[in-house]
Design a protein around this ligand. Structure first.
Ligand code: NAD
Ligand code: WQD
Length: 345
């Protein structure tokens, strides 16, 4: 029988790609999003690509009453919880908003799920919970450390809350997925990352320099102990990432308690390597200059994703150039993101 799933934050970057992958894998999809950083146009395009409909509600995950109603009315069996705020810098300036949204939202969601008798959950965590990892590649057993910023704290606290919940009640089955650096877009070029403000993350920034919307990339530090002095990260294609969610969701049937998986490609690229590869793939030049290190950044980080391969049968299939090519197809076809086509569905 077709399984119904609820995606919180499904109108955002990763959630919209997940909605598409789930529709294409035969799930019935229901989305709740308060549109603080999501777009109804993304959902319209998801349905266009899939040739299938999803159900969508504008609402907040901190609204327990609405959540309970959705869970029950739509016969939801599992929830993928993407909803949250994700700007590291903003979280330092406005920590209460981050704790309220990310911790308050996860708490309300779990309470509503518990009341509705829904106990399968896939949670969007982040490699940020490892802080500056002691050993690289990072395995899931690597100690989590106290992240320097409130955003990272909310991810670690939410993980702890879910772990306590799974220990207290054996009905819960929870997959915690620690993302490394999601990037790229669906190959159609119809959906992608659409930050409302000036991007904080490298890839959307580089893409917007290539379209001429921004002037030059500031490379935060060229004196790291890495081969070219710039920071190294594990960029993972967003379509690979969401396929990891489909695998984790399928495994929840046979899982008990909470388990954690790294979702990364398993190799790192430096900022300079990314910029050079982007220029090759797009045929555009990307101006850059060197700036001081960004506070809180680490030199290098990449995943050991072998646990996900062993246990979920998942590994990233798409390489850096495909990721950048897809990011460029999206950005060049939609230089203003979804704004030109935003409408209500
Ligand atoms: P995004 O901002 O594009 O998507 C998040 C969505 O959640 C948005 O559509 C937003 O409108 C919605 N939302 C926020 N607060 C809400 C609330 N209270 N109620 C309902 N909807 C709400 O971000 P994304 O990149 O798609 O990230 C998805 C999840 O993955 C987040 O939890 C994020 O912290 C996590 N994550 C992202 C990255 C990354 O680099 N993109 C890395 C690691 C983890
Ligand atoms: C990547 C590299 C920068 C922008 C953050 C969050 C993490 C997760 C993913 C989630 C670093 C350099 C960047 C720029 C630059 N977020 N850079 N110029 O910092 O690895 O991770 O996003 O929800 O929790 O911390 O990603 O894309 O910001 O940076 O030189 O304009 O690019 O210094 O080396 P990061 P990023």
């Amino acid at each position: 029988m077709t399984m119904s799933v609820l995606l919180t934050g499904g109108a955002g970057y990763i959630g919209s790609h997940a909605a598409l992958a789930l529709l294409q894998s035969g799930f019935r999809v229901c989305v709740i999003d308060n549109l603080t950083n999501g777009s109804t146009e993304a959902l319209r395009r998801v349905q266009e690509i899939a040739g299938k409909e999803l159900h969508w509600v504008e609402g907040d995950v901190r609204d327990g009453h609405l959540l309970r109603r959705l869970l029950i009315q739509h016969g939801i069996e599992a929830v993928l919880h993407f909803a949250g705020l994700k700007s590291v810098g903003q979280s330092v300036l406005d920590p209460l908003t981050y704790y309220d949204n990310n911790i308050g939202g996860t708490l309300q969601l779990c309470q509503a799920m518990s009341e509705a008798g829904v106990h399968k959950l896939v949670f969007s965590s982040s490699a940020t919970v490892y802080g500056d990892p002691a050993t690289i590649p990072v395995v899931e057993s690597c100690p989590t450390s106290s992240p320097e910023n409130p955003y990272g704290q909310t991810k670690l606290m939410a993980e702890r809350m879910l772990s306590d919940l799974a220990r207290a009640d054996a009905r819960w089955r929870i997959a915690v997925l620690r993302y490394f650096n999601p990037a790229g877009a669906h190959a159609s070029g119809l959906i992608g990352e659409d930050p409302r403000e000036i991007p904080n993350n490298l890839l959307p920034y580089v893409s917007q320099v290539a379209t001429g919307r921004l002037k030059a990339v500031q490379i935060f530090g060229n004196d790291y102990p890495t081969p070219d002095g710039t920071g190294i990260r594990d960029y993972i294609h967003v379509v690979d990432l969401v396929e990891g969610h489909v695998s984790a969701l399928k495994r929840l049937k046979n899982q008990s308690g909470l388990d954690v998986w790294n979702l990364g490609a398993g190799r790192g690229y430096s900022v300079l390597e990314v910029i050079k590869a982007f220029e090759r793939v797009s045929g555009k030049s990307v101006d850059f200059n060197y700036a001081p290190r960004r506070s809180g950044d680490i030199a290098q980080c990449w995943a050991d994703p072998s646990k996900a391969w062993r246990e979920l049968g998942w590994k990233a299939q798409r390489g850096l150039e495909e990721m950048l090519g897809d990011a460029w197809r999206w950005q060049s076809a939609n230089p203003n993101g979804y704004r030109d086509d935003e409408l209500t569905i």
